[in-house]
Design a protein around this ligand. Structure first.
Ligand SMILES: CC(C)(COP(=O)(O)OP(=O)(O)OC[C@H]1O[C@@H](n2cnc3c(N)ncnc32)[C@H](O)[C@@H]1OP(=O)(O)O)[C@@H](O)C(=O)NCCC(=O)NCCS
Length: 158
């Protein structure tokens, strides 16, 4: 299995916020955004692993400011860390008011996926080639986040 760089599996997805995606104030529903985050992250993970993936953990997402109906949402997903069978993907979310020509960063989420075989069992994933200092830093930070996730998982099982 050949190792790959993050840019080989990067995914960018655009969505138009339609009335059905919004609450009574015309702002994007949190659940819809989480759905898009999961989908775009899974595409990046699947591209890295060349397999189907299952979501095992989504870190907390802060909804810092509303995204309005009619805006374009751009979601950028990139693999930041890989283990034996699992991968962490960062998803960055931007909202664009194209009438005013204004694009802003709105959210960031880390999602962990496990590569699974045809029986739904974990399978190994290719390694990650870290090409830049930023990618090395992200990888080191991801190791800390993983330790926290596994410790939370352990405490739920106790
Ligand atoms: C994905 C699944 C097959 C993994 O099975 P499992 O018995 O948990 O497998 P393991 O314990 O060997 O864990 C597999 C990998 O996931 C990691 N992992 C498991 N739970 C994790 C969590 N909560 N956070 C981060 N990593 C986690 C493990 O550390 C391991 O990583 P590694 O191989 O890179 O070291 C199983 O958990 C599953 O089917 N989950 C449901 C997935 C799903 O339905 N998702 C949709 C959301 S509802």
């Amino acid at each position: 299995m050949n190792a790959k760089s993050p840019k080989e599996s990067m995914i960018e997805m655009n969505e138009l916020v339609l009335p059905n995606d919004t609450n009574l104030l015309g702002n994007l529903l949190g659940g819809t955004l989480l759905h898009w985050v999961d989908i775009v992250g899974a595409m990046a993970a699947q591209k890295h692993a060349n397999s189907v993936v299952a979501t095992v953990c989504m870190d907390s997402v802060d909804f810092r400011e509303p995204v309005h109906m009619g805006e374009i949402v751009t979601l950028k997903a990139r693999v930041t860390w890989v283990g034996r069978t699992s991968m962490e993907v960062i998803v960055e979310v931007f909202a664009e008011d194209y009438l005013k020509g204004r694009k802003r960063f709105t959210n960031k989420a880390y999602v962990t996926y496990v590569s699974v075989d045809e029986n739904g069992k974990p399978r190994e994933v290719p390694g990650l080639i870290l090409e830049t200092e930023e990618q090395k830093r992200e990888f080191a930070e991801a190791e800390k986040r993983r330790a926290e996730r596994l410790s939370r998982r352990q405490s739920r099982q106790d």
